[in-house]
Write a protein that binds this ligand. Structure first.
Ligand code: FAD
Length: 618
């Protein structure tokens, strides 16, 4: 992590100096705000943390709860979310307190005595086969705490306004703050005007209703009980994630953080058509008895129930993710994220994860438009990009939850659940999302120059050697969720074309960077050389790779890298990511998705691509 950039820092370097709207931030909600976020769940809190990096923008987040969330429902954290936490600066800390899913075991009826269950397979979990981040279990409440910290420590110093409830909105056709929002708090009712409103208010979203969007889909006739319990048991896999398909029913078992607590999703079977949701009143004693029946011959002695619930599996996606219903192409003013626009069963552990990525997708776009970097048309890409992801999520979850709910006689191969789990791992790990060509995702004409960085997918990091100190670092981990674009310029064999690129590309980046800002305020450009780091000197590199920035005009030592292998890594990023030895430029969006792949000679193409996504700097 880099700091001391604006002078010596003696306190926690994660606490960035307040600036812009973060200085003298009013305690009370102002009458006018640029962005009003409704709801402080995972989608809303990530969005707040992202907006805190844009101190020129007034952002407030309201929450009807009176304070922080005490007990969260979600707990499964996919590797893509941990990668996102890394960008927000808290991955190491949350990993330390989480449960790490290393294995997933499968249980089925014992052929000798089908009333009993026995372990049918033991499978290494997928995370480390796919990326360098783990697959975790940790309480949603803690995830929110960390995002709240990131939001409060960003320059805009954003903290939720608790005890404030959204009550309705009207979008006016004109005015600087066209969205009129009605709110309720302990003092009564009031109105706030906003440029943009984001509904992060969960499955029963009032924002969704206010803009006339419809949640399409329904509830299937299958119910599950879920409980977080502290037990004594002779079941040997209490501390390993398991899918259990028994004659008596099914359990998805997930150990939780802390070494004792586990969560069980217990199949309560088909719900009769005339049930009218009575199944939701199933007492905890019935759920525990059912769990014991399924686990036979093992037993659970439940010592404490930390939380429990009963739900019917529903699958719904909203008919649009913003308020542009008439197809007019006008600028969206109201957006929906997370459960407000997609809901499904809990067992695939996806809802919180996908909701956070909704917030990540939208945050930098709002920041870019409100700071004048990008045209308002950028905002239409939010719904265009995220709605297909929601549909994929519903399809995956529908398949996974029906596979989980099968009876043993419907299962011909006892290993097929394990096979499905591993074969589809790219989706639940969060890495399958691939955005299609748009104003922020270029054409795939040059994809062969960087086959290991598929266009539209998130940038897959790899180890490189930092030239300045010879240390091995992950190239992608340097990138913080600070709203900046990343440009990775991979050099040609002797670096001649790379140097030439740096000179002409610098002029292109300058066109979209305000003249009073640091030269890397919008584009953080890194060079990755093919030569060993010992043969390179930072001080002789083009200005683009050692810019002088900040009030002290300090040169940046962390823009220049070399490919391995080296003493501390066997990875050669050129081989690992199938990069052209003639060099290639990889442009990455602030939410870490690959936006463009261009040859070093393609500076005009770079300029044309950026002209589509940015406004010329004033
Ligand atoms: P929410 O978390 O629902 O947050 C919405 C917020 O808006 C709340 O804080 C609410 O108080 C606030 N709000 C609502 N209305 C208003 C209003 N009018 N004014 C002001 N504030 C308002 N997902 C996973 O990824 N992994 C899992 O393992 C997982 N397990 C789950 C287990 C269970 C039993 C359940 C029920 C869900 C699980 N999920 C899981 C799903 C996950 O909890 C949700 O998808 C996720 O919380 C959605 O985040 P969100 O920010 O969209 O909405």
């Amino acid at each position: 992590m880099q700091f001391h950039h604006h002078g010596y820092v003696s306190q926690d370097p994660r606490v960035l100096p307040a600036s812009g709207t973060g200085v003298d931030r009013p305690t009370d909600l102002p009458d006018e705000v640029d962005v009003l976020i409704v709801g402080s769940g995972p989608a809303g809190m990530l969005l707040a943390a992202q907006m805190s990096q844009f101190p020129e923008v007034t952002t407030r987040i309201i929450e009807k709860r009176e304070g922080r969330l005490e007990l969260g429902q979600a707990d499964g954290i996919q590797p893509r979310s941990v990668e996102t936490f890394q960008a927000f600066g808290f991955a190491e800390r949350i990993i330390a307190e989480a449960y790490n899913i290393g294995w997933m075991n499968f249980w089925g009826p014992d052929p000798e005595n089908p009333r009993n269950i026995r372990r049918t397979s033991r499978t290494a979990d997928y995370a480390y086969d796919i990326c360098e981040f783990p697959h975790l279990i940790v309480n949603q409440a803690r995830v929110l705490d960390y995002f709240a910290e990131a939001a409060a420590h960003g320059p805009a110093r954003i903290v939720p306004d608790y005890g404030v409830e959204f009550a309705g909105l009207v979008v006016h056709e004109d005015g600087d703050f066209p969205v009129e929002v009605n709110l309720k708090d302990a003092e009564g009712e009031r109105t706030v005007r906003a440029k943009f409103v984001v509904g992060c208010d969960g499955a029963r979203s009032g924002v969704r209703d206010a803009i006339g969007r419809k949640h399409v889909g329904g509830v299937s006739a299958h119910a599950w009980g879920v409980m977080d319990v502290l037990v004594n048991t002779d079941f040997p896999d209490w501390r390993t994630k398991c899918a259990i398909n028994a004659e008596a029913g099914n359990i998805l078992h997930i150990p939780r953080e802390g070494g004792y607590l586990s969560r069980m999703y217990i199949d309560l079977g088909e719900v009769p058509e005339d049930d009218q949701h009575r199944v939701r009143q199933t007492p905890i004693e019935t759920i525990i008895a059912k769990a014991n029946e399924i686990l036979h011959p093992y037993t659970l002695d439940v010592r404490e129930v930390a939380w429990h619930s009963v739900y019917e599996v529903g699958h719904r996606v909203t008919d649009g993710f913003d308020d542009v219903i008439d197809g007019s192409g006008r600028t969206p003013r109201v957006f929906l994220t997370g459960d407000a626009c997609h809901t499904h069963s809990a067992k695939a552990g996806q809802g919180m994860n996908v909701s956070m990525q909704d917030g990540f997708n939208l945050g930098w776009k709002l920041g870019a438009v409100l700071t004048g970097r990008s045209p308002e048309s950028l905002l239409a890409t939010y719904g265009a990009e995220r709605r297909p992801v929601a549909q994929q999520l519903i399809d995956f979850d529908r398949e996974w939850s029906s596979l989980m709910a099968r009876k043993p006689e419907e299962i011909s191969d006892p290993n097929d659940l394990a096979t499905y789990y591993l074969a589809t791992a790219e989706f639940p790990s969060g890495f399958m999302t691939q955005y299609t060509e748009s104003m922020i995702t270029g054409s795939d004409a040059h994809q062969t120059l960087a086959a290991g960085f598929p266009l539209g997918k998130r940038f897959t990091s790899a180890e490189v050697v930092r030239v300045a100190d010879g240390n091995v670092v992950h190239l992608g981990h340097h990138a913080r969720a600070d709203g900046r674009w990343r440009v990775y310029a991979f050099g040609d064999r002797d670096g001649t074309a790379l140097s030439a690129w740096a000179l002409s590309a610098a002029e292109v980046f300058a066109r979209f960077t305000p003249s009073d800002a640091d030269v890397d305020a919008v584009f953080d450009v890194k060079a990755v050389h093919q030569q060993p780091f010992e043969e390179l000197e930072v001080t002789t590199m083009p200005e683009l790779f050692r810019p002088r920035t900040g009030p002290l005009g300090l040169a940046d030592w962390e823009k220049a890298y070399a490919a391995g292998p080296s003493k501390w890594t066997q990875t050669d990023i050129f081989e690992a990511r199938e990069l052209s030895r003639d060099g290639v430029v990889v442009v990455v969006r602030p939410d870490q998705y690959v936006a463009a792949i261009l040859p070093l000679e393609g500076v005009d193409e770079l300029a044309a691509f950026l002209e589509g996504a940015f406004l010329p700097a004033s």
